[in-house]
Design a protein around this ligand. Sequence first.
Ligand SMILES: NC(=O)c1ccc[n+]([C@@H]2O[C@H](COP(=O)([O-])OP(=O)(O)OC[C@H]3O[C@@H](n4cnc5c(N)ncnc54)[C@H](O)[C@@H]3O)[C@@H](O)[C@H]2O)c1
Length: 418
Amino acid sequence: MESKVKDPSLAQKGELSIEWAESRMPVLMRIREEFAAKKPLKGIRLGASLHVTKETGVLMRTLLLGGAEVALCASNPLSTQDDVAASLASDGVKVYAWRGQTADEYYSCIKKVIESRPTVTIDDGADLTASIHEANPDFIKDVLGGTEETTTGVIRLRALAESGKLRYPIISVNDAYTKYLFDNRYGTGQSTLDGILRSTSVLLAGKTIVVAGYGWCGRGIAMRARGMGAQVVVTEVDPVRALEALMDGFRVMPMDEAAEIGDIFVTATGDINVIKKQHMLKMKNGAILGNAGHFNVEISLPDLESISIRKRTVRNNVDEYTLTDGRRLYLLSEGRLVNLAAAEGHPSEVMMMSFANQALCVQYIVAHGKELEKTVHKVPAEIDRKVARLAVESLGARIDQLTDEQSKYLKSWESGTV
Ligand SMILES: NC(=O)c1ccc[n+]([C@@H]2O[C@H](COP(=O)([O-])OP(=O)(O)OC[C@H]3O[C@@H](n4cnc5c(N)ncnc54)[C@H](O)[C@@H]3O)[C@@H](O)[C@H]2O)c1
C-alpha cells in the first residue's frame, strides 16, 4: 500500500527537521544503536497512531532500524508536521497522515494502519486500539500487545480491560515515572505556552491565566505561566489536587468565578465540557481559549457556536467568535491540543524519554507479549530506571551509589534511635 501524505516533495525539509530532533534525543539514539545491532523487532509489523512530529520521526526510524515494518497514522487531525510525514514515507514507513484532516479522513487513515495487520500497536489516545477492537479483524488474536502514550488513552483502555473486552495486553507508557513526570509536566508546560504565544503573540506578564485541571499537565502549565509573570488561577474537581495548587501558591476557584476574571483559559483535564456556555457568557471581551487535553471536547465548541453570530479566522490557529452583545472570544486551534496544533509539541529532550520508553516497551512486548495477561500493565521498573539513568547521564550529571552498608540499612528494621 502506498503512503498518503500532503506533499512528498517536503521530504528533504522533514529530513532536516528529524535530524535536528535526533541531535537533541541522545537517550533514544543510544537505544537506536542497540536496536540496529541486535534487530530485536525483526519480523514484527508495527501499527502506530501518534502525533506525526519530528520526535515521532526519530522513534519511527529507530523502530525501522530495529527490524520492524512500520505503518503510521496521526493521533490528531491537526498535529501532523507534513514535512516529517513526507520524510518518513521516503524512509520506508507507510505513512497515512496530513495536517488538517476531517474526522472521516482521520479514521480512514487509522483503517489503513489496521489493514497493515500489525502484530504490535503503539497508540496515543487509544483511537487505533479502540478501532481495532471495534473492527475485530481475524488477526487480532495474533497481536502480541500494544502501548499507550497518554493519560486519556490509558483511561479508555483500562475501561476496555475492566469490561473484559481487551483482546491483547497493553503497556501504559504514560504511567512510567520517566514519562508523566517530565513529558506531561515540563513538556506540556513549555509547549502549551509556546502554542499560545506562536498563535497569539500576546504578553503573558500581568495576564490572568486560568488553568483547568491541576494534574501533571496542569501543574506544568501553571508553573510556566507563573514564570512568565502571569497571575494563575486553577480550577479543579479533586480536593487533593486543589489543595496542592493552593499550597503551590495559586488561587483556586470554580470555573463559574474564574470565567469572569480570566484573560487566557487553558484546559488540561481529559474531561468533557469543562468550559461551556454558562462560562463563555461571563467572559471578558477578548478572552483567549485554548486546550491542552487530548480531545477537543474540553471547551464546548457547540456551545461557542450556539452563542456566536459571527466566526472568522483572524490569524493562523486563531478563530474569533463574536457574541450577540458584540464581545469577542478567541479560540485557539479549533480547541484541539494547542501545543501540537499551534506549535511543534513537546521539546525533543522530553520526548526522548517518552519515546525511549515506547521503544523499550515494544521490545519487551515482542519478547514477553505472549505471556502477558490481557490487561493494562505498568512499564517494567527496569525500563523506567534505564531511561532515567541514561537521561541523567545525557544531562552530564552523575549520582551517588548506595554502599553495601547503606543497602543493608535501608532493608533492615533493627536499627532505630541511636
Ligand atoms: N497536550 C499534550 O501534549 C498532552 C501531553 C500529555 C497529556 N495530555 C492530555 O492532557 C490531559 C490531562 O492529562 P494529565 O496527565 O494532566 O491528567 P491528570 O489525571 O494528571 O490530571 C487531570 C486533572 O484534571 C482534573 N479535572 C477533571 N475534570 C475536571 C473539571 N471538570 N474541572 C477541573 N478539573 C478537572 C482532575 O481532577 C485531575 O487533577 C489528558 O487528556 C491527557 O491525555 C496532553
